[in-house]
Write a protein that binds this ligand. Structure first.
Ligand code: NAP
Length: 316
């Protein structure tokens, strides 16, 4: 029997408890709470695995027999808020078929939206205007994805059969059929120069913080659109707003923000060229993400290393 601690302050644990016990009925599934009356941690020495989202700093270090920490999201930037993350305990990213599918749906939906200028039509509809633009040709539309990992590469591969010209930028060179590969800092500007619809699917790390700024936005062709479904910290908000106001950037779809929920008075909410979605590009689904935790726990219990561990050096 394994003992698992679920720690996602503010979230409802029951769907995860139900999903976990359905797949690993003999597990001891405990829920951490800040409220001592509700906290199920018990003896910290019992806990072998932790499933966490924005864990309370210091708690993970207090678990002496912890074998792995599972992030409930693909991004692990939330973990670095804990300055006492225990050394030597593997950090495992979430890789999940529903998460990947959801993100690709979001990227395809908004890519087509910007390609077909649906935002312009929505404005005309509101004014009861019957007006058409010249139809765009997907074969001439250049889409570029920042980050070609689990999520970026799936979205890229799904855009290829729709006939877009697809490219991606990563740290290392990729070989994905139909996708032009750019890599490393030297190839960022050439990648941006050819990109009309830019999708951000990078992890938030010290290297990628603020990567969408006045210089990189200026490297995009005039009229380019942005879809940011990674983290708010990738974008310098004032630079994006200035680039939209100047007409250089035509429109942006933003799912993630420096402060979430997005403050009520933030200019993004009411900007006619900005679409805000509430960090829903792809949500963690209990039954499918639990397949990932259970698979990794079974591997580790069999003496194998977990899959998709985080490199603490690169921070992703
Ligand atoms: P991943 O598999 O770790 O892929 C990360 C990609 O970014 C890799 O291709 C990596 O390059 C590239 N990269 C990292 N640092 C780089 C740098 N300094 N320069 C160039 N490329 C760099 O991550 P993932 O699972 O695809 O997830 C990506 C992000 O999506 C997450 O970190 C999270 O923030 C975000 N996300 C958002 C939502 C939402 O609902 N909005 C949901 C899920 C995830 P290499 O391949 O060369 O290593």
């Amino acid at each position: 029997m394994v003992t698992v601690l679920y720690m996602a302050p503010g979230d409802k644990p029951d769907p995860w408890r139900d999903a976990f016990l359905a797949q690993m009925p003999d597990a001891d599934f405990r829920v951490w709470s800040d409220d001592p009356a509700k906290d199920e941690t018990g003896d910290p020495a019992d806990i072998q695995y932790a499933i966490v989202w924005k864990p309370k700093p210091g708690v993970l270090k207090s678990l002496p027999n912890l074998k792995a920490i599972f992030s409930m999201g693909a991004g692990v930037d939330h973990l670095w808020n804990d300055p006492e993350l225990p050394d030597g305990v593997p950090l495992v990213r979430l890789v999940d078929r529903c998460l990947t599918q959801g993100m690709s749906e979001y990227v395809l939906y908004w890519t087509i939206h910007h390609h077909r200028k649906m935002g312009v039509y929505a404005g005309w509809t509101a004014e009861h205007r019957w007006k058409r633009l010249r139809q765009a040709d997907a074969e001439q539309r250049r889409v570029g994805i920042l980050g070609l990992g689990e999520l970026g590469s799936d979205a890229a591969q799904k855009l290829v059969p729709l006939h877009y010209q697809v490219a991606g930028w990563a740290r290392t060179k990729k070989d994905i059929p139909g996708v032009e590969s750019f890599h490393g800092p030297d190839q960022l500007i050439p990648f941006l120069n050819r990109t009309e619809i830019l999708v951000c699917l990078l992890p938030l790390t010290p290297d990628t913080q603020g990567i969408i700024n006045k210089d990189t936005l200026a490297a995009l062709p005039k009229g380019a659109c942005l879809i940011n479904c990674a983290r708010g910290g990738h974008v310098v908000d004032d630079d994006l707003i200035a680039a939209i106001e100047s007409g250089h950037i035509e429109a942006a779809t933003l799912d993630v923000f420096h402060t979430e929920p997005l403050p009520d008075d933030h200019p993004y909410w009411s900007h006619p060229k900005v679409t805000v979605t509430p960090h829903m590009a792809s949500l963690t689904v209990p039954h499918s993400s639990t397949e990932w935790y259970v698979k990794n726990i079974q591997r580790m219990e069999a003496g194998e290393p977990p899959l998709n561990t985080v490199d603490r050096g690169t921070r992703y």
